[in-house]
Design a protein around this ligand. Structure first.
Ligand code: KIV
Length: 277
């Protein structure tokens, strides 16, 4: 049965860890759903790993709607969360509601946006109309990257206090879970123990209620960035390069296609054709 946001909140209450992966296309989403991951996050990281941008800032609503649609068509059990891209929710609450609605219409079960206390009103407005929201604090690729670069969050008591306040403000605003990105493990633990909704860590240690990674990173499909917090389970890049060069060799040596790969005419039709030409 398809998971709901209520099931995800219940997992925290039951002490069950929540597994989350990013997902952007139908074929991989089918496999992740089959592996029974709890949440597929259609992240704006698609901009980097699928579209080849330097960062997530150029990603548009139209692109996100296409990715969300593809992933949601693969869904059997998993909860699908669609990421609101840069400038689709920051300028006004109307933008935030309209664009959240677009991701839900494209097939998402919930939306995610970046920002702490400053986004509390926006979050509660989206939640009030019935769309579940996942928060995202700590390192925020849409903004922290611009102001501070890639930097671990919550190393000082001052920034740790701000993160805890942000998490409480989002909980108060009605989020069903919060991504903690590159937050020190001490602060992640305090937040996870303080708030009632699940924390989903990425580079934030073992004490979060769940974990999220970019699917291309765990499969070894994206070689441009290798953050310390990633665990790579496969080296698909190497296997793909090997497979493609084997294909090239087979084509060049006329070893592909073989008889089982081509189609034939009936013999009498072929003979007729030969006579006619
Ligand atoms: O866009 C994304 O993939 C994300 C996750 C890495 C949390 O926001």
């Amino acid at each position: 049965m398809t998971r709901t946001v209520k099931d995800i909140i219940e997992m925290k209450k039951a002490g069950k860890k929540i597994s989350v992966l990013t997902s952007y296309d139908y074929a991989l989403a089918v496999l992740c759903d089959k592996a029974n991951v709890d949440i597929l996050l259609v992240g704006d990281s698609a901009g980097m790993v699928v579209l080849g941008y330097e960062n997530t800032l150029p990603v548009t609503m139209e692109q996100m709607e296409i990715f969300v649609g593809a992933v949601s068509r693969a869904k059997q059990n998993v909860l699908v969360v669609g990421d609101l891209p840069f400038m689709s929710y920051q300028a006004s609450i109307t933008d935030a509601i309209t664009n959240s609605g677009k991701l839900i219409k494209a097939g998402a079960d919930a939306v995610k946006l970046e920002g702490g206390a400053v986004m509390a009103d926006t979050v509660s407005s989206i939640v009030e109309i019935g769309i579940p929201v996942m928060g995202h604090i700590g390192f925020q690729p849409q903004t922290t990257a611009l102001t501070q670069g890639y930097k671990v969050q919550g190393r000082t008591a001052v920034s740790a206090k701000q993160l805890i306040e942000d998490a409480k403000a989002l909980e108060q605003a009605g989020v069903f879970s919060i991504v903690l990105e590159m937050v020190t493990h001490e602060v992640s633990q305090i937040i996870s123990e303080t708030i009632s909704v699940p924390t989903i860590g990425i580079g934030s240690g073992i004490n979060c209620d769940g974990q999220v990674l970019v699917v291309h990173d765990i499969l070894g499909l994206y070689e441009k960035l290798k953050p310390k917090f990633v665990k790579q389970y496969l080296s698909l890049s190497d296997e793909i390069v090997q497979a493609v060069s084997n294909y090239k060799k087979d084509v060049e040596a006329s070893k592909f296609p073989a008889q089982e790969n081509w189609f034939s005419m009936e013999k009498d039709e072929y003979d007729k054709l030969k006579k006619e030409i």
